[in-house]
Design a protein around this ligand. Structure first.
Ligand code: PLP
Length: 228
């Protein structure tokens, strides 16, 4: 049935929600998108929004103050000079990618009396273009991460390299799932990593097969982002 009408935001959100198990949290990645679109998604019931830049998110939050039950997720690399603002403004930070950053947050969380929920960003495959720990390095930092006593670790986050086959993507998601289980077990629950933030527009249905609990979707909800 050919249709010349592009799908509306509502059609897209409903189709995505219909394809996700109820237990999976849909994070609408609104980076570079105007707040009018966030409002539209909010009116459709979306409550989780992902932003990649601290400053941009703070500005949007100010414009959307009336929508007080939004959960804000930072998904982009966090520079250490923005860490304090991130602790103040985000409910979740998915992109903790180094021990030094974690230790800085540990001090800030104490002084700011505000403690976002955190994920460790991990690379299942080497990828020089992405931030995050490779698995061996993460393992060697675990003791020190566990010693950051003010932090609320919740899970692992990953972004796959581009150009993988379906099977390679599945294998990579499976690797992350197993790693989270292994860390949780070996730390005897001191690091309980039950959340898996994985899956973007192009691969979220694969991520869900290996236990994603949060998917971060931008283009398949809002369409292509404006060029910057
Ligand atoms: C932009 C971004 C997304 C969303 O990507 P889409 O391909 O638009 O779904 C998800 N996660 C991170 C970390 C991002 O930077």
């Amino acid at each position: 049935m050919p249709s010349s009408q592009p799908l509306t935001l509502k059609d897209r959100v409903m189709a995505i929600q219909g394809s996700l198990p109820k237990s999976v949290r849909l994070i609408a990645v609104s980076k570079y998108m105007p707040t009018a679109l966030i409002r539209e998604a909010y009116d459709l019931g979306v409550r989780d929004f992902g932003e990649s830049r601290v400053q941009e998110a703070i500005q949007k939050k100010a414009e959307l103050q009336d929508l007080s039950d939004i959960t804000w997720h930072l998904i982009g690399h966090l520079q250490s000079n923005k860490a304090k603002l991130a602790v103040r403004h985000f409910d979740w930070i998915h992109s903790i990618d180094s021990l030094a950053l974690a230790q800085r947050l540990d001090r800030l969380v104490e002084s700011e009396q505000r403690s976002p929920q955190l994920c460790m960003q991990v690379k299942p495959l080497p990828d020089p273009n992405k931030f995050g720990w490779v698995i061996a390095e993460l393992k060697s930092d675990l003791q020190a991460l566990q010693a950051c006593s003010h932090l609320r670790w919740r899970g692992l986050m990953t972004i796959l390299p581009t150009g993988l086959t379906h099977q390679q993507s599945l294998d990579a998601f499976h690797t992350i799932q197993q790693l989270a289980q292994e860390i949780t077990k070996q730390s005897e629950g001191k690091l309980s990593l039950h959340e898996l933030s994985m899956g973007m527009s192009s691969d979220y249905l694969l991520a869900v097969q290996y236990g994603a609990t949060m998917v971060r979707l931008g283009r398949c909800i809002f369409g292509d982002r404006p060029l910057r």
